[in-house]
Design a protein around this ligand. Structure first.
Ligand SMILES: Nc1ncnc2c1ncn2[C@@H]1O[C@H](COP(=O)(O)OP(=O)(O)OP(=O)(O)O)[C@@H](O)[C@H]1O
Ligand SMILES: [Mg+2]
Length: 260
């Protein structure tokens, strides 16, 4: 009989993950897990394998070996749209919005990815797909308002400053109603004020949606102030893992960051 007191399995489990590009081991022997609603930082020097890890989880570049499980279900190597439908959405290191589409249309794309009837049918507004479109619009508008983009909803995405484009990408990821969002350097290129605002918004996201966030970021004060737990990668491997204060005084981490 199942033990009702047994702890729930972690939301995401990565086991022995490996990604090879020819002779280069970009990610190797990587293990970590994320709990439901957790805010975890993933840091490391340039080329450490952070984006490659995101690509392996999200199906953009499947791993060479290893496993990715979401709520106990094996999602290793599934194509991106299936990973997103399973509940993992993401943002990109270089913003990937449709430049000419409005902010609302961009964010609705995230919601369509979640729907079962497919983007094309929904866009063509055939039959029952009108309902999907209405639902997508409602979810998109919710996150647009919640993240302070209401006044820009009808504007082409390309007309927004970078800081707001990055927020729009977060809104698009949330419109997929995920249980986990992978954020790849959401603060890159932002000024101090924009970073502070983004930090507050990410707190709002976790509190409102209850979804977990895995945050890749080079801005260490931002990560240390936001994450409950931090994973450090170097040369494709996990170098350290712990609370921000444990990580801040870990000699291996200090060595990597100071280059000593
Ligand atoms: N498509 C690819 N083909 C070949 N090599 C790649 C490819 N993508 C990444 N790499 C290499 O894999 C390694 C890890 O790259 P990755 O982009 O994951 O690092 P990162 O930790 O995200 O770095 P950054 O902080 O600079 O974004 C690097 O050596 C990179 O050059
Ligand atoms: Mg990267």
């Amino acid at each position: 009989m199942a033990d009702i007191n047994a702890p729930a399995p972690p939301l995401l489990v990565i086991e022995a993950l490996q990604v090879r590009f020819g002779g280069l081991q970009a990610v190797q022997a990587l293990d970590f897990s994320i709990g439901a609603g957790e805010l975890v930082g993933l840091v490391g020097p340039n080329g450490a394998g952070k984006t490659t890890t995101f690509n392996a989880i999200s199906g953009l570049h499947p791993p060479t070996a290893g496993w990715v499980a979401l709520r106990g279900r094996d999602i290793t190597g599934l194509p991106p749209e299936q990973v997103s439908r399973a509940g993992v959405t993401r943002t990109f290191q270089n913003v990937r919005l449709f430049a000419e589409l409005s902010v609302l249309e961009n964010v609705m794309m995230g919601a369509f990815c979640r729907g079962r009837c497919g983007l094309l049918a929904a866009m063509l507004r055939v039959g029952r797909h009108r309902r999907t479109e209405r639902r997508a619009r409602d979810v998109a508008l919710h996150w647009i308002e919640r993240l302070g983009l209401g006044q820009y909803a009808a504007q082409p995405a390309v007309t927004l400053p970078l800081g707001l484009q990055r927020v729009a990408e977060v809104a698009r990821a949330l419109a997929g109603e995920p249980c986990l969002v992978l954020l790849d350097e959401p603060a890159a290129g932002l000024n101090t004020g924009e970073k502070a605002r983004l930090t507050e918004l990410l707190r709002v996201v976790v509190a409102d949606s209850g979804c977990a966030l895995l945050l890749v970021e080079h801005d260490m004060p931002l990560v240390m102030g936001l994450a409950e737990r931090v994973i450090v990668m170097d040369f494709g491997r996990k170098l350290a893992e712990g609370t921000p204060s444990e990580i801040a005084c870990n000699p291996d981490v200090i060595r990597v960051y100071l280059g000593a």
